[in-house]
Design a protein around this ligand. Structure first.
Ligand code: AMP
Length: 199
């Protein structure tokens, strides 16, 4: 898969341990140095702001997609390569996924979870085929990955579905994870609902 744009999901929180902002900045620089453009939620705060600032400083392109009600309350980043202001969160989520050929998820709260799980669901249904990489800064996603594995072992998902996501501890490892993500094809829709023979 030819990846030019990477969709990044990330926290809007301004109250995190510095280790998270550091990892977000390193991700921004890593993507920019690799000449990969960032598509993200357009926020100027939290890990979103950190990843965008670092990528811009490293000469990268960063494109935001923000709903007007969030742009209005000054959470929109002011210096992006482009900012697409849309009418609601659903359109924003759809565009975020449409415009990237890969997803990278930094730590986040319910907004990030929703985006991540939508990407996984669309992939399970063969509607989105790109890699999905979780950046496990500070072990943040361990419980989430454990729960996903639990879902597989309880057969809510097939073992084949565990190929949908990759987990890396360091933001610099994202590039290898993107390059080596198992191929995913639209026909995999055929096992979106788990059948007994897969387990
Ligand atoms: P959360 O992890 O709950 O902070 O939500 C962050 C994710 O939801 C981001 O990837 C954004 O796409 C979206 N989001 C939530 N809050 C904001 C905000 N204030 N400004 C821009 N995007 C936001």
């Amino acid at each position: 898969m030819n990846i030019k744009q990477v969709t990044v999901y990330a926290s809007s929180s301004r109250a995190l341990d510095p280790v998270y902002y550091d990892a977000a900045r390193r991700l921004g620089k890593t993507l920019a140095d690799a000449r990969l453009d960032i598509i993200f939620g357009g926020g100027g705060v939290g890990l979103m702001g950190a990843v965008a600032d670092a990528a811009l400083e490293a000469g990268g392109e960063v494109h935001g997609i923000i709903p007007d009600f969030l742009a209005d309350i000054e959470h929109g980043h002011k210096n992006l390569t482009s900012m697409d202001v849309v009418s609601d969160m659903r359109i924003r989520k759809e565009r975020l996924l449409e415009r990237g050929q890969a997803v990278v998820t930094l730590p986040g709260g319910c907004g990030t979870f929703e985006e991540l799980f939508e990407a996984m669901t669309m992939k399970r249904l063969g509607q989105y085929l790109g890699p999905i990489v979780l950046v496990n800064t500070n072990g943040y996603y361990e419980r989430c990955v454990d729960f996903l594995e639990h879902s597989v072992s309880e057969r809510f998902m097939s073992r084949l579905h565990a190929d949908m996501w990759q987990v890396v501890d360091q933001p610099e490892d994202v590039l290898d994870a993107l390059a080596n993500a198992p191929e995913w094809r639209a026909e995999f829709l055929s096992f979106s609902s788990v059948a007994a023979e897969h387990d």
